[in-house]
Ligand binder design. Structure first.
Ligand code: XMP
Length: 246
């Protein structure tokens, strides 16, 4: 992904989340947007909003193939969050369908939690990106809590503990909301350049592109500000240019 971003000069990850509709129509809309926007993005992210109506194989796979043709890595935003046995099977399916990386939730821990996901990803040379601080208003209720660190037995903040796990588990990315640039800065000071920060929340959720990039976001995940724009290509180009010129 890093080389695609460097070669194309863009840090924008497109979140392809079309609104409710019939599967055939959703597939057409998704394909159309991707055809228009691909020159300005370095990766494609899909979530269950599209997997549920289209199905993983045949439906979503058609979009993945198009992304591959365009040289774009693909991320499944499934926020894996169950016991290890189930997590492993979920990850296997997404990787089998062709995704290059999955997003997972460190709340479930390592042992019998995310360890199997990292193992599967490593064996298939795919990636795992961890949630560290989400972008929505309610994020502080979970990610901002003060918790007890099992190793030091001292108090720490949940997202600080998650950033540390991203380092310890050798995650391929950490998600921190663009709506909380101060959290991006803090997490970046922990991760440095070892784990890149993916930041959703610019545009529709109110996050500021420049503030997120200045604080240390390597990639911006952008959905509605592009997909719902009258001219998605122009919107993507504009966001790319703002981010590149920070
Ligand atoms: P918008 O339309 O708000 O879309 O630009 C954002 C996209 O990113 C997803 N999202 C998140 N994914 N952690 C994630 O892993 C987050 O904190 C987060 N916040 C938003 C959202 O599902 C949509 O696809």
């Amino acid at each position: 992904m890093e080389h695609v971003a460097r070669e194309k000069g863009t840090s924008i990850v497109l979140a392809l989340d079309p609104v409710l509709g019939k599967p055939q129509r959703l597939l057409e809309i998704s394909t159309k947007i991707l055809e228009k926007v691909h020159p300005y993005i370095c990766a494609l992210k899909i979530n269950r909003q599209l997997v549920l109506p289209l199905g993983l194989f045949n439906g979503v796979q058609k979009i993945l193939r198009l992304a591959q043709e365009k040289g774009l890595p693909t991320i499944m935003d499934c926020k894996i969050n169950d016991v290890g046995y189930t997590n492993r099977v979920i990850a296997e399916y997404y990787f089998k369908a062709g995704f290059d990386a999955v997003i997972a939730n460190p709340f479930v821990g390592w042992d019998e939690g995310l360890k199997p996901v990292f193992e599967v990803a490593k064996s298939k040379r795919r990636g795992v990106i961890l949630l560290v601080y989400m972008s929505h208003n309610g994020a502080p209720e979970g990610y901002g809590q003060t918790v007890r660190d099992l190793k030091t037995e001292g108090n720490t903040l949940q997202y600080v503990a998650f950033a540390q796990k991203a380092l310890d588990w050798k995650a391929d990315g950490a998600v921190v909301g663009a709506t909380y640039p101060e959290k991006i800065r803090e997490v970046h000071s922990i991760l440095k350049d070892s784990v890149p920060i993916f930041s959703p929340g610019v545009g529709a959720q109110g996050g500021d592109i420049k503030a997120a990039v200045k604080a240390g976001a390597r990639y911006l995940i952008v959905g509605r500000a592009i997909t719902l724009a009258e001219d998605p290509a122009e919107a993507a180009r504009r966001i790319r240019d703002i981010a590149q010129n920070v």
